[in-house]
Design a binder for this molecule. Structure first.
Ligand code: HEC
Ligand code: HEC
Length: 192
């Protein structure tokens, strides 16, 4: 094979590769149908996943705001970013609408012994997250039945400043890990 031909083959190979990676990153374009998008989210966001939050029955406007943040900040969640990066505003609304209309579930995967302590600690949370972890406001998240380890990670993130929310930071700033685990255990076993 002469040098010229092998160069051509190499170049064709390269452009094929770049085409493939292009279609991989833009596979969730605005033409994609909503159902396919929803399925791509459900892989991580079903009731079984202990790390990812369960989205079934979560508040619509709260989810819209969160998805927007994840879409605009690639480093925040590198594993989820490829799935949200090309979503349009109307796709985000449709997806949030779908998940918020699903029936909530109870994960109850916290430490059963911590539940009582968590219940006492939850007195400070009622005004915003509701008496039984169901918030009255569409922009504030429900906590009832959510995965315990996810709740714990988020509470730590608010306290340590890696998740930015002044209201939540002020509330949990002096809580130790055990206290946060108790709160997470309590909310994970509430029936939404
Ligand atoms: C590879 C797994 C994965 C996929 C796929 C995925 N997510 Fe996520 N998502 C996560 C994880 C993990 C978190 C928690 C991030 C954190 O700890 O901050 C999260 C957080 C969220 C939250 C915040 C929930 C809350 O209670 O604050 C929303 C909303 C969300 N994802 C929506 C979506 C949507 C919409 C899609 C599909 C277009 C999607 N995710 C696809 C893993 C995933
Ligand atoms: C003054 C109102 C207010 C109070 C009181 C409050 N929260 Fe929140 N909480 C919020 C808001 C608003 C958000 C959404 C923050 C965001 O958008 O990042 C939030 C978010 C959260 C989240 C993240 C949920 C998710 O799905 O990612 C957890 C967990 C949480 N709060 C737990 C608690 C606990 C436990 C208490 C009591 C110790 C409490 N909150 C008290 C307003 C409040």
């Amino acid at each position: 094979m002469n040098k010229f031909i092998s160069m051509r083959i190499l170049l064709t190979g390269f452009s094929l590769l770049s085409l493939m990676s292009l279609s991989a990153t833009s596979s969730f374009s605005s033409e994609s149908n909503i159902e396919t998008l929803i399925e791509s989210c459900a892989v991580c966001h079903n009731a079984a996943g202990p790390v990812s939050p369960n989205l079934a029955g979560q508040k619509r406007d709260y989810m819209i705001e969160r998805i927007n943040i994840f879409r605009d900040k690639p480093d925040l969640n590198v594993s989820m970013f490829p799935f949200v990066q090309n979503l349009s505003d109307s796709e985000i609304e449709a997806i949030a609408e779908h998940f918020s209309s699903l029936e909530s579930v109870t994960s109850a995967n916290g430490d059963a012994e911590k539940v009582k302590r968590g219940e006492q600690a939850s007195a400070y949370c009622l005004s915003c997250h509701g008496v039984k972890g169901k918030s009255a406001n569409s922009e504030w998240p429900n906590l009832a039945g959510q995965n315990s380890s996810y709740l714990y990670q988020q509470l730590k993130a608010f306290r340590d400043g890696t998740r930015d929310n002044l209201m939540m930071k002020t509330i949990v700033k002096d809580y130790d890990d055990e206290y946060l685990k108790a709160l997470a255990s309590y909310y994970s076993q509430l029936k939404p």
